[in-house]
Design a protein around this ligand. Structure first.
Ligand code: HEC
Ligand code: HEC
Length: 442
């Protein structure tokens, strides 16, 4: 055998040995910690509802009617339900709906399940409540192209509608923009996705999932790294990530004015997604197979890629099929109907006891401590000891602050001129909340 060929075999063998030394331990999947994951994905018993818009049956019934009402659109031929169709997970089955000008809209119609738990709305999170969100499509030139005042007048001239508004809002019985928004929001909060086979497994039924589906779940929470962002029973961290799709859309960046958040979109829930293809903000991926292939081999390298996105995922064909089989278990076999859950007034406020502190950590996407008391004149230092880019923001009465991109290792300092209560959040990870009480120094 020629020396060159021998050397080649030698190198190949050395490579194999090295690969098995390096890869060996890492490739063997850790056994699934069933107890831990069953707890992490358990469904809640209540749906949250804001104190200022309690869920009454009359309000929900009015919202359901308005959702179907074409008088909300300028042309009188389009309702919310024209795009958000119940049988398609309140989506529309196409990549991008055609707008009033005949051109496709910029983004895909998202499904509307489980938004009662949402922290921000739209793909880029530009609305902070469902009440705020509702006026968007009505006045949007390209979506419903409506005029709110015209729509309100049309509803007000309908005696049935006036009655329905009066029942829904006994303290303020009028057809107003605020009441319209509240009714639509209250109805949408009832769209809770029903239990699926996966939930039966979570509740302890070992037989509810087939072996390949369970293998797919192990990959999802294991080497495929999906659970870094698709977490909790809704399968979303409510945060914004660039996952390397080729789209030019800048997403969250322009909303925050922070270029480090360019191409980042809100992590979608994965519930009932069998009914809502195609996928992603631009509807560019037709099937779950395409989605898995994206994560495994088509991620566009960019400086803005999320720190939570594994840089390399090796998935063979069998593993890809297992992941897809698992994703299917999060959807119903027939077009799902909303589950009904009792509601509970939500409180985003601090639950922990406030502690005196002037330095706060951001490790693991959490402000620690999360509830602090600061003396007036003392500066607040927020240290990014996390692996992710954050964007510290304070939008309070009398004070606003925006750190821009706060890279790992950066510390931001905020001073306060007057005593009071301040809420600090991260614009990229809105579930990070820090409550600050600035007390008069004695
Ligand atoms: C022409 C199609 C169309 C109509 C009509 C429409 N929407 Fe939408 N909806 C969309 C699109 C597209 C988006 C995503 C836009 C974006 O993220 O920039 C969206 C986003 C939403 C969201 C945000 C969901 C999330 O996950 O953040 C909600 C809630 C919503 N719409 C409710 C409504 C309501 C209520 C109405 C009626 C008042 C309505 N929509 C009418 C297409 C439509
Ligand atoms: C870094 C966070 C992150 C990780 C890790 C991640 N995802 Fe996603 N996922 C997202 C975001 C953000 C989107 C929406 C992106 C967009 O539209 O631009 C998304 C979209 C999806 C969608 C489409 C949902 C829809 O309704 O359009 C599916 C399905 C999905 N991911 C499955 C997975 C699977 C399977 C894995 C593991 C292989 C995974 N994701 C890993 C953040 C993540």
């Amino acid at each position: 055998m020629p020396r060159e060929a021998l050397a080649r075999i030698g190198r190949a063998l050395a490579g194999l040995v090295l690969a098995s030394v390096l890869g060996g331990a890492a490739d063997k999947p850790a056994p699934l910690d069933v107890g831990h994951w069953r707890q992490a994905f358990a469904r809640p018993n209540h749906a949250p509802t804001p104190a200022e818009n309690s869920a009454t049956p009359e309000k929900i019934a009015l919202g359901a009617k308005l959702f179907e009402d074409t008088r909300l659109s300028g042309s009188g031929d389009m309702a919310c339900s024209s795009c958000h169709q119940a049988d398609l997970s309140f989506s529309d089955g196409i990549d991008r709906h055609v707008g009033h000008d005949g051109q496709p809209l910029d983004r895909r119609t998202p499904p509307l399940w489980n938004l009662a738990w949402g922290l921000s709305f739209f793909w880029d999170g530009r609305a902070s409540s469902l009440e705020d969100q509702a006026m968007g499509p009505i006045e949007n030139e390209r979506e419903m192209a409506g005029n709110l005042q015209t729509a309100l007048r049309a509803l007000d001239s309908d005696p049935q509608m006036r009655k329905a508004f009066a029942f829904a809002f006994p303290d303020d019985p009028a057809v107003t923009q605020a009441n319209l928004a509240k009714a639509l929001a209250a109805f949408q909060r009832t769209l809770v996705s029903p239990e699926t086979r996966f939930d039966r497994w979570v509740k302890g039924d070992d037989k509810a999932l087939e072996p390949d589906e369970l293998a797919g779940f192990s990959l999802f929470v294991g080497k495929a790294g999906c659970v870094a962002c698709h977490q909790g029973w809704r399968f979303t961290d409510e945060a914004f990530h660039d996952i390397g799709l080729p789209s030019e859309d800048k997403g969250r960046g322009p909303i925050l004015g922070v270029s480090a958040a360019n191409h980042a979109f809100k992590t979608p829930s994965l519930r009932e997604r069998v009914w809502s293809a195609p996928y992603m903000h631009d509807g560019s991926l037709a099937t779950f197979d395409d989605v898995v292939a994206h994560y495994a081999e088509h991620v566009v390298e960019r400086p803005t890629l999320s720190a939570d996105l594994p840089r390399r995922i090796e998935l063979d064909n069998e593993e890809r099929a297992q992941l897809v089989a698992f994703l299917d278990t999060l959807s119903s076999d027939d077009p799902p109907r909303p589950a009904s859950l009792p509601t509970k007034a939500m409180s985003w406020g601090a639950t922990a006891e406030a502690v005196p502190a002037s330095t706060v950590s951001q490790k693991d996407k959490r402000f620690t401590p999360g509830t602090i008391i600061l003396k007036l004149g003392e500066a607040l230092r927020i240290v990014n000891d996390d692996t992710r880019v954050h964007n510290v923001r304070l939008d309070g009465p009398g004070k606003s602050f925006n750190s821009d991109a706060q890279n790992p290792g950066d510390t931001v300092t905020i001073g306060f001129d007057s005593p009071g209560h301040y809420d600090v959040i991260c614009g990229i990870h809105p579930d990070m909340r820090l409550s600050v009480d600035v007390a008069q120094a004695r």
